[in-house]
Design a protein around this ligand. Structure first.
Ligand code: TMP
Length: 254
């Protein structure tokens, strides 16, 4: 048996070399971390759910013309993606105050923001992903002004689309994190959406109850992490049968 080459291993995913040049295989692990990997756990079934949820959201985004790295899902834990040059930024969009914004600026969690806010963090585990401005990004050459322009335009479209999509299934999209990459097509370069979109990278609250259906259940020791991710998949109409945590239907998140 031939062993495939690992290109990169992150905290929640592994990238393997793909079947042809310009492709990679993105493998979703059950591992989860928070606070710069100070807190770690394995959540059974999480990788399968995130693979499926991210596939669904990227496919919907592709359908409205948002370019992404996603090609197709290969199996329960893997998807084929285009190899891109990752732009070293975490692009966070916020619709409602929560998490680090609430802490930093003293705004109560759950307060709707006057308008959606985009923030940038420089991707560096060593530096703990520091908050940076457009000035830093262009001055240090992490992205060009044109790249940033593309990123902002795509991010606004993605936020509008996903906010509506989640609202339609009774979920408020509080905030989320995106990553982008550069894709070369002959001599042309395009900025495309990369990484994943899943309950690991979003804050998703039940519309009626504000119940958290995302990674904050792990970060804040609320329990029911896999059940919450399953509930998101169930509402999107994509719950993979084989990992339904109870045989008698979806488990209510308490
Ligand atoms: P924050 O409030 O902790 O800054 O997080 C904002 C959003 O970004 C939230 O939806 C979770 C997501 N996020 C990640 O995907 N990865 C990270 O490393 C962090 C800190 C946040």
């Amino acid at each position: 048996m031939k062993r495939r080459r690992t290109i990169y291993e992150g905290k929640a995913k592994i990238l393997y070399e793909g079947p042809e040049p310009g492709t990679l295989i993105q493998y979703f692990k059950d591992d989860t971390t928070a606070f710069d990997a100070m807190k770690k756990a394995t959540i059974e079934g999480k990788g399968v759910l995130n693979n499926r949820i991210s596939e669904y959201l990227m496919t919907q985004l592709n359908a409205i013309g948002v370019p992404t790295h996603f090609v197709r899902r290969l199996n329960m834990r893997e998807q084929l993606i285009k190899e891109v040059e990752i732009i070293p930024l975490e692009v966070v969009v916020r619709n409602v105050a929560a998490g680090s914004l609430s802490k930093r600026l003293g705004i109560e969690e759950g307060t709707p923001l006057p308008r959606s806010i985009i923030e940038y963090y420089y991707k560096s585990d060593k530096l703990h992903d520091p908050w940076v401005s457009e000035e830093h990004i262009t001055a240090f050459g992490w992205a060009s002004p044109q790249d940033l322009d593309d990123i902002v335009n795509l991010t606004i479209r993605i936020n509008d689309f996903l906010s509506g999509l989640f609202l339609g299934v009774g979920i408020k999209l509080i905030d989320f994190k995106l990553e982008f990459g550069r894709l070369w097509e002959n001599e042309f370069m395009r900025v495309v959406l990369a990484d994943e979109i899943s309950p690991d990278s979003c804050r998703l609250w039940d519309f009626q109850t504000n119940e958290k259906l995302d990674k904050d259940r792990f970060r804040r020791d609320l329990g029911g992490v896999a059940e919450a991710y399953s509930e998101v998949a169930r509402r999107l109409g994509i719950l993979p049968e084989s990992i339904n945590p109870s045989s008698g239907g979806p488990v209510l998140v308490k």
